[in-house]
Unconditional design. Structure first.
Length: 163
């Protein structure tokens, strides 16, 4: 759980663009329809129904994992710092944070026609400690970039030395 500091305000929360998860979920749903052709190819309906139930249960688990990965992967931009939460599998999560006043460069990349049409892309932030953080397939790139740069220039110089 992320704890905000005193007087810290969340300015923006970024998740991957909805199109990313929609594509994955459509693929899973397509995999759920394909085995129905087995009803026309075999007479053993009891075994087929059992196998189909196992197949759909597996796909439901994949659906749940994809949704969790989408929902729990987040970038939280506050007025003092940026928090990167990366969900890796069901039981592994990594959280990184850096002080927003240490931001030196923000780069946006829109990779391809689909990303251009649906207005999403990658946001890379370079910090003073030579670290680089990237959020992939996020919407509102320019809004997030402008917000980060505006907050980085607002921060007083004494925050550069705090941890």
């Amino acid at each position: 759980m992320i704890t905000l500091k005193e007087n810290e305000k969340i300015l923006m929360t970024l998740h991957k663009h909805w199109l990313i998860i929609a594509g994955r979920l459509i693929f899973i749903l397509t995999l759920g329809v394909i085995p129905l052709a087995g009803f026309f190819l075999t007479d053993n309906t009891a075994l087929l129904i059992f196998a189909l139930a196992l197949w759909w249960l597996t796909l439901l688990l994949l659906f749940f994992i994809e949704w969790l990965d989408y929902w729990l992967d987040a970038w939280i931009i506050t007025d003092l710092r940026i928090i990167d939460i990366e969900q890796k599998g069901l039981f592994h999560r990594e959280a990184s944070e850096f002080i927003i006043s240490r931001v030196q460069d923000v780069t946006t990349t829109v990779p391809g026609l689909l990303a251009t049409f649906f207005k999403f892309g990658n946001l890379t932030i370079q910090t003073a400690g030579e670290m680089s953080f990237t959020a992939y397939s996020v919407p509102n790139l320019n809004e997030a970039k402008n917000l980060i740069l505006a907050q980085a220039t607002k921060q007083p110089a004494e925050n550069n030395n705090s941890k």
